[in-house]
Design a protein around this ligand. Structure first.
Ligand SMILES: [Zn+2]
Length: 203
């Protein structure tokens, strides 16, 4: 079966998902019904509809609560960049799925956080990403070209995390596999762009 498929043009990132969903993440979350620890699993699946989909499943081992949700992946498995604009505290509640190979970029700082080889995809919020960026960047500020600008940026991040409106921030998710997606957002505070060369520096 594999041999037959070899000659067909298709996205390499999705090679192993042609027939079965591929697991791209897993995390322990609280069951919304009884509060027990339950495992949330994330899969990418090439369903017989245009483009791959992200599937989330959860089953609580204590009460049996089941959850399953499916969302579309915008660029369908091609390298992509998601730019999320953070202009007001509500933007922090935007929920994203960050693929296992996706890095985070903050263009205002010229900083990129790449995932480790063992990184699994995760469901996170924009404030979760900003908190991660803050923790990564804080010890680096003094060694950057513009330490004062860096500290100013951190103060902006802190204001947002405290729910105070500050100067806008852009958070980018750059995913060579193209499976990252904005899972839930109250408004269109983001753009998804195809990316031909995912590893080049931003212009
Ligand atoms: Zn439960």
């Amino acid at each position: 079966m594999d041999k037959k498929l070899r000659g067909r043009p298709r996205c390499s990132a999705l090679e192993d998902t042609v027939y079965k969903p591929r697991k791209v993440g897993e995390e322990v979350v609280k069951c919304p019904v009884c509060g027990a620890d339950a495992r949330l699993e994330l899969y990418i699946h090439n369903a017989p509809i245009p483009g791959p989909v992200l599937i989330m499943t959860m089953r609580c081992p204590r009460c049996g609560y089941k959850f399953r949700d499916v969302s579309f992946i915008e660029e369908g498995g091609r390298p992509l960049r998601i730019r999320i604009r953070v202009e007001e505290p509500d933007d922090l509640n935007t929920i994203v799925f960050r693929g296992p190979r996706a890095s985070i970029r903050v263009p205002e700082l010229g900083i990129e956080i790449t995932p480790g080889p063992a990184h699994q995809g995760d469901i996170t919020t924009v404030d979760g990403i900003l908190a991660l960026v803050h923790d990564h960047v804080e010890p680096l500020c003094s060694s950057l070209e513009d330490p004062e600008g860096c500290r100013g940026f951190l103060r902006r991040v802190e204001s947002f995390l405290k729910g105070v409106v500050a100067e806008p921030i852009t958070v980018e998710i750059v995913d060579p596999e193209g499976i990252s997606t904005v899972y839930r957002s109250k408004k269109r505070n983001y753009v998804v762009e195809p990316l031909e060369e995912p590893f080049t520096q931003p212009r």
